[in-house]
Structure formats: C-alpha cells, structure tokens
Design a protein around this ligand. Sequence first.
Ligand SMILES: [Zn+2]
Length: 302
Amino acid sequence: MQQTLAQKIALTGIGLHSGVETIMTIKPAREDTGIVIVRDDVTDRDNRIPARYDHVIDTRLCTVVGNKAGVTVGTVEHVMAALRACDIDNAILELDGPEIPVFDGSSRPFIKAIDSVGVKTLSAPRRAIRILKEVRYEEEGKWVTLSPSTGSSFDVTIDFDNSSIGRQSAKIDLYTQDFESQISDARTFGFLHEVNALRQQGLALGGSLENAVVIDGDTILNPEGTRYDNEFARHKLLDAVGDLYLAGGIILGAYKSYKAGHALNNKMLQHLFVTPEAFEIIDLEHSPCILRSESVFETIVA
Ligand SMILES: [Zn+2]
C-alpha cells in the first residue's frame, strides 16, 4: 500500500549552489498526491512543483524542477533518493528558498529525519512502473539501460581520467539490500578548479569540505578522506535512485549506467515514457521493500 510520513519534519540547512539557508518541512500527504514541492516564499504565482521527470528543467550541476510560472527548486535528487529508500509515496516538501538543503552532501540526514517520525500506511495500492523490455539511452559514449527484473536494482560504473576516482562501480537491489547503510551516506563530489569557475558564475556558493568531497588534481582535499573506496560510484548510484524516483513511482526493473549523470537519467525517463511497449503501470498491494519496512517498524516501536 502507499505510504506517507507519520508526522511532519522540519530541517534547516544551506543550499549547495545558492548558499542560502533554507527551512524545509516535509509533510504527510494523502493517497495519490505523489511528491510535491511548494515554495512558501513565492506568494504571487503558482508555487507548487510536482517532483516529476516532466518538470525537470536543468540537469547540468544538479537536478532542478520547475513549473510553468517559472518557479524552480534545485538539488532535488538527494531528498528524492531518501524518499524512495524509505518507501514514501506521498509527501509535500515546503521550502522557503530556491534549493533543497545539502547537509553533508548525502541522503542520510533525510533518512534519519524520516525514520525519527516513522511512516504511515494509506488506503490505496502502491503504483509501480514495471519494465517489460530493455530500453537504452546513449550519448557520446555514456549510456543508461532499464531492463526487466524481479527486483529494483541499480548498477553504476563511472570512469574518470583522475587517479583519485578512476574507474569504479557500485550496485544495490533496493528489495534485498539496505540503501541506508550501504549507499545513503556517500557524498557529492567536485573538482576544485570547477568549484572556482562555478563560484565566479554565482554557483557552488554553499559548497565546502563540510558537504562535498573536493578533489584538486589527484589529491582529495577533505582531511578525513573518503568514506568508502568507491564513494564516488556510490554517490552516483544515490543520484540515480533519486533521479529515477522522478518517474512518479517505483521502478521494477534493473537500472545500469556507464558514465551517466542527471542529464542522462532524465533523458532515460523521457525515452521510457514515449516507449509504451517497454513498461506497464501496476498496483502493489504490499510494500515490496520488506527489509526497509522492518527496520522502520523497529524504529517506531523503540
Ligand atoms: Zn548528488
């Protein structure tokens, strides 16, 4: 069945690109609401933005969603990954600024906050997008595929011409493995020379060693180093889970990518939804993520 949060939660933090401190409240929502973002600070026009692939307006640095009134919200991917991992189908994200707070650059703070209130089961079946036939999107040697599978798996490979990153992979099946312990704390990353260039354009203003792994040449500048040998691939997997949750439901299938990012993830979804023979929408009576449901249950009881 569909789920929402048992209670609202409030979080405050700065945006990675805007540097603006933002208060975000995640509120429970009724069946079939989906994930909707509301810009509280915008009062003179439509301030609601569905967190969906067909509202994505920019994917260059992060995933940005917007509506017809020109109201936008940036860096939605990390909170979307947390909502997917926690099996939250419906929620309203109210924000008083242009960007979701970045916290430590991972999804874990959002998951901890959701776990602190627990989830509530609603009375409508969960909707899933089942992949029936492989679809592939490729561009300049980078590609993404979605294939039929009984699970909901992600398999990501990146390949950077940089010895700190190099070629690395990460995999998970959200049905049988725990996203929170394996993937959710992998942080976003960037190169120092790019950060400097972005700052001159008024971007990455909130970026620091507190919320990103920063690489200068072949050196990682963060004194603590990386959290995993393959933290960069794990973070790209986290981004893919968040970007793919913009499909409007969970995907039953296998996602695989090579050197992909936000742009390819969005193009993959656009391609999928104009390929009707490649998918079907089905209802799920039971929450498929048994492992996750049990861990949330323990949190509520404790
Ligand atoms: Zn990210």
